[in-house]
Design a protein around this ligand. Structure first.
Ligand code: URP
Ligand code: ZN
Ligand code: ZN
Ligand code: ZN
Length: 467
């Protein structure tokens, strides 16, 4: 039995078009679009009709940077795959790509299997995996080929966190050479962790223990230096490069320069760098710990350069780096020593709304909103056009978005499993109303109607964004 849904009367916004169209969904996929009010659309019959008059009809958000249940600093990110993907759905995101972790001394396969076990049967929306590579050796390099073949086509390496996730330049070069051959995409955490650790030690020795010093030691120049080094290593290897969580304007300049040279170098930023700053890190009474993440928040002057990078396509993607830790009992681990504050911010539920606010504020266009939050992340990580657009054949991952609704962000009303909001009290125009994942209603007029286990693993092809 086929099941059909029609979404009527909305403004369909994709990365390329804005059209007043009805959308026909059949068996979990987009079957057709037809101009609203035309005989073609009028002839459709369906079991379910959703009225989207006055609303946007947009592709479900694609958040390619989340860390559900990540072990970090002796604790675990507080959202499980169940709570985190449910919160994502509330915020209009219908696909996440999370990071499976290889621990030093273990294989990629062991890490990937462990992350599959955490996610399987628990997700409200579809999910895929990148692989964090912490131990580059001959076996790991061979395993990378196998992972690419089975749909794990991107690998995160760290120039930060010596002794944990860190890779040295030789290990990075080898992984990049391998990805140049197998089609994988290296995602880089670009901060000079060796130098940062020296500055951390010196700051603590001076008694500088408050959260704000986390931002001071993780210098913008050390992000830019690492970004530059990653770019040149990728150039030597002949591999494309995706730099994650870019926060420093100096790092954006490195990306812009490399792109002007024609290199396949891409950059991602996150809402926290666009909307928050070192002022938040400096909040008294240890409140600043709520804003500790790496790369760190920067002085407000950096924000304009990030918005500019998003407009000029020197930055291509906004994802969340969702990695929540509760203030009570988790962030508090770093009282008296900022280096012990677990790194990461919650945000998987807020991204689509914050970026819509950026449309309202005039930073980006409506289509660019969808491009950086849905279409490009899907293309960058090999999921397009199944994910990231509204077109015949695509998965029916669709959000009905009310562009006029007003909301105030708060931990009181959010759905992430964390005891604070990084955007507490922020007024936003626009709100998710209804969300479909593969044609199934996950959020129905602001009621959760989904279920754990609806979301399925999504193997990915290689990057579809290369020059
Ligand atoms: O502070 C952050 N970003 N925590 C998550 C781990 C990472 O480096 O992405
Ligand atoms: Zn990182
Ligand atoms: Zn991350
Ligand atoms: Zn279901």
């Amino acid at each position: 039995m086929s099941s059909r849904t029609v979404i009527q009367g909305g403004l369909v916004v994709t990365a390329s078009d804005e059209i007043h169209a009805d959308v026909l969904i059949e068996d979990g996929r987009i079957a057709a679009l037809a101009a609203s009010g035309t005989p073609a659309a009028g002839a459709w019959t369906a079991e379910r009709v959703i009225d989207a008059t006055g609303k946007y009809v947009i592709p479900g958000g694609v958040d390619v940077h989340t860390h559900m249940e990540l072990p970090f600093g002796g604790t675990f990110a507080s959202d499980t795959f169940e709570t985190g993907t449910r919160a994502a759905a509330w915020g209009g995101t219908t696909t996440i790509v999370d990071f499976a972790v290889q621990s030093v001394g273990h294989s990629l396969r062991e890490g990937l299997d462990a992350w599959h076990a955490k996610a399987e049967g628990n997700c409200a929306i579809d999910y895929g995996f990148h692989m964090i590579v912490s131990d580059v050796n001959q076996d790991t390099l061979k395993e990378m080929d196998l992972l690419v073949e089975e749909g794990v086509t991107s690998f995160k390496q760290f120039m930060a966190y010596p002794g944990v996730f860190y890779s040295d330049d030789g290990q990075i070069l080898r992984a990049m050479q391998r990805s140049a051959d197998n089609g994988g995409l290296i995602m880089m955490h670009a901060e000079n962790g060796i130098a940062i650790d020296v500055l951390v030690e010196q700051a603590l020795a001076r008694g500088e223990t408050d959260p704000r010093y986390h931002g001071e030691v993780r210098k913008a120049l050390l992000e830019a230096e690492a970004t530059h080094r990653a770019i040149r290593l990728a150039q030597v290897a002949g591999a494309p490069l995706y730099v994650v969580h870019v926060s420093a304007m100096e790092a954006v300049a490195e990306l812009a320069r490399a792109r002007d040279e024609g290199l396949n170098v891409f950059g991602e930023t996150c809402p926290q760098y666009l909307f928050l700053s070192t002022d938040n890190l400096a909040e008294p009474d240890f409140e600043g710990s709520k804003y500790v993440c790496s790369t760190p928040l920067r002085p407000e002057a950096h924000q304009a350069k990030l918005w500019q990078g998003l407009r000029t396509n020197d930055l291509q993607v906004v994802s969340t780096d969702h990695c929540p830790f509760c203030f009570v009992g988790q962030k508090e681990l770093g009282r008296g020593d900022f280096s012990k504050i677990p790194n990461g911010l919650p945000g998987v539920e807020n991204r689509m709304d914050l970026l819509h606010q950026a449309v309202v504020d005039g930073h980006i266009s409506r289509r660019r909103w969808i491009e950086i939050a849905c279409a490009t992340p899907a293309r960058m990580f090999g999921m397009y056009p199944k994910k990231g657009t509204i077109a015949p054949g695509a998965d029916a991952d669709v959000v009905i978005y009310d562009p006029h609704a007003e909301q105030i962000v708060s931990a009181e009303t959010h759905h992430m499993n964390v005891d604070y909001s990084a955007y507490e009290g922020k007024r936003l125009t626009g709100r998710v109303e209804t969300v479909l994942s593969r044609g199934e209603l996950v959020i129905t007029e602001r009621e959760y109607t989904g279920h754990a286990g609806h979301g399925v693993y999504t193997p990915r092809s290689t990057c579809q964004y290369l020059n």
